[in-house]
Design a protein around this ligand. Structure first.
Ligand code: 5AD
Ligand code: SF4
Length: 499
């Protein structure tokens, strides 16, 4: 694998196919008496979500309309994840469900992309057992989608186009559809160089390649000017941003430059690697209140010997030092983490070390995973794999401890008034809204009688009340009750009256 920078000329050649595709889609729509539709099914992390936003951007550009989840679309893409085994299993099950639908609509286009496509055995399985899949492409090939679609229209044969290269494209020249009205996902770098011994990502997403800070900041300025309140800077390891490019600024500096752009209320970033996060990042967060009061710092294990076998390049002491410095400098902020239980060779003592660190840092929440053996990774060949019953038992103890800490963290904000960025309707009831605090806490809240917006009283019990209308607005919400994974509240006032 090697990094290849895609030239403007090459990208223009792909983009120049868009008018032809648009004409074809429009004519097919006239023939069928309805617009042609698409669905993109996304699995996995936020980088995949961001990739899907580009796929949707291209789809909308060629004139496709998004189908409803339950409809059979004309163009269907599965953007896959392979980080743990269960993600793989889900894809093949879901794909199977479309066999009969394709029989009903022979012109339907089905493609699979994303991380699973970088594993030859998955391509072979699709070639052999899923003949109704029209195309497969890799996570760094999205800019070529117009060419893939054009080839499919011209040749009508199946296309397997998963590149060996790690492409870096000027994202600003790829159409993108931001799924949320208020939030823009902005990748700042692609790939990962770390080769943690359990992880497939370096094999599927290739080597680290940073976008230029000039391009990123120009994109951010455009987003702020178009009214986005929140940006999420994305990378597998944002703290090594720029290290692959001579003369490039550091992540701390990029974060600072982003924070200085007027307009953003929330700047978020994912994911920080404990070995690379600099104190400068913590001090930059402290200096700019529009940077989210939240640090996601994946620990994976609290045992120094397991961390070594995971190839994480930090030990328990170093992890604690960073987490505690952050706690001291930003006492109102939240700290979350990722933890893997049952890594090969994990003893009861190692597991206890993980529990110890959890008790010390008191994570506000954690993503907890059972170790999943991924073919091709180093740890898959370690001889001392842990029996499932031991993993299950440890996992239960881990959840019990973390759930208690998450609840205690939620209880600590009861009675406070927090600034909430409203995301829309909650999953609980149509008159309950949902949003997040600046420390990324999930809040479900009601609008009590008497609250006004732009001089008009809001009645959340009215039949035409639509909580989604408030998406993207900032409000002060008083937290009234802690729940296991969220908090409840009541709106006090809107902060800005626009979206
Ligand atoms: N098994 C279990 N969890 C894993 N993760 C990555 N690879 C594996 C694996 N093989 C987890 C890590 C990582 C998160 C995104 O997924 O905790 O931080
Ligand atoms: Fe995987 Fe480690 Fe890279 Fe994260 S830093 S993507 S866990 S290899």
């Amino acid at each position: 694998m090697s990094t290849v920078i895609v030239s403007q000329d090459e990208l223009s050649r792909y983009n120049s196919l868009i008018p032809m595709l648009k004409k074809h889609i429009s004519e097919a729509g006239i023939d069928r008496g309805r617009p042609l539709t698409y669905l993109v099914k996304t699995y996995g992390c936020q980088l995949n979500e961001s990739d899907s936003e580009k796929i949707e951007g291209i789809f909308q550009e060629i004139g496709l309309v998004e189908a409803k989840e339950e409809e059979t679309p004309d163009f269907l893409i599965f953007n896959t994840c392979t980080i743990r085994e269960n993600a793989d299993i889900r894809l093949f099950g879901n794909l199977g469900a479309y066999k009969s639908r394709k029989k009903e609509n022979r012109d339907m286009f089905i493609a699979v992309c994303g991380c699973m496509m970088k594993q030859q055995e998955n391509i072979d399985r699709i070639k052999k057992s899923f003949p109704y899949v029209d195309a497969c492409f890799g996570p760094s090939d999205i800019h070529m989608l117009p060419k893939i679609l054009a080839n499919k229209l011209n040749q009508r044969k199946r296309i397997f186009s998963v590149s060996e290269e790690d492409y870096l494209v000027d994202d600003n020249d790829i159409p993108v559809l931001h799924k949320r009205k208020f939030r823009a996902l902005v990748p700042i770098m692609y790939g990962c160089n770390n080769f943690c011994t359990y992880c497939v990502v370096p094999y599927t997403r290739g080597r680290e390649r940073s976008r230029s800070s000039e391009q990123i900041l120009s994109q951010l300025r455009d987003l702020a000017a178009s009214g986005y309140k929140e940006v999420m800077l994305l990378g597998q390891n944002v703290n090594s941003y720029g290290k692959d490019k001579e003369g490039e600024i550091s992540f701390a500096k990029l974060l600072e430059e982003a924070a200085k752009i007027p307009g953003f209320s929330r700047i978020r970033f994912m994911t920080s690697h404990p070995k690379d996060i600099s104190e400068e990042v913590i001090y930059t967060m402290k200096k700019y209140p529009n940077i989210e009061r939240h640090l996601h710092l994946p620990m994976q294990s609290g045992s120094s010997s397991i961390l070594k076998r995971m190839n994480r390049h930090y030990d328990q002491e170093q992890y604690l030092k960073t987490a505690m410095l952050f706690r001291k400098e930003l006492p109102d902020a939240t700290v979350t983490t990722d933890i893997i239980v049952g890594f090969p060779g994990e003893t009861e003592e190692d597991f206890q070390a993980t529990l110890d660190v959890i008790e010390k840092v008191k994570f506000d929440s954690a993503f907890t995973f059972q170790y999943s053996r991924r073919p091709g990774t180093k740890a898959a060949d370690y001889p001392d794999q842990i029996p499932q019953d031991v993993v299950t038992e440890r996992f239960g103890r881990l959840l019990e401890l973390q759930n208690a800490l998450t609840f205690a963290s939620n209880e600590s904000v009861v009675g406070k008034t927090e600034e909430i960025l409203i995301e829309g309707k909650s999953a609980t009831a149509p008159d309950v809204l949902t949003g997040r605090t600046n420390s990324n806490r999930l809040v479900n809240f009601r609008i009590p009688a008497g609250i006004e917006l732009n001089g008009k009283k809001i009645d959340s019990s009215a039949p035409d009340f639509d909580a989604d209308e408030f998406e993207g607005m900032l409000a002060n919400v008083r937290i009234t009750r802690a729940k296991p994974y969220s908090v409840e509240g009541e709106l006090e006032s809107f902060i800005d009256e626009s979206r």
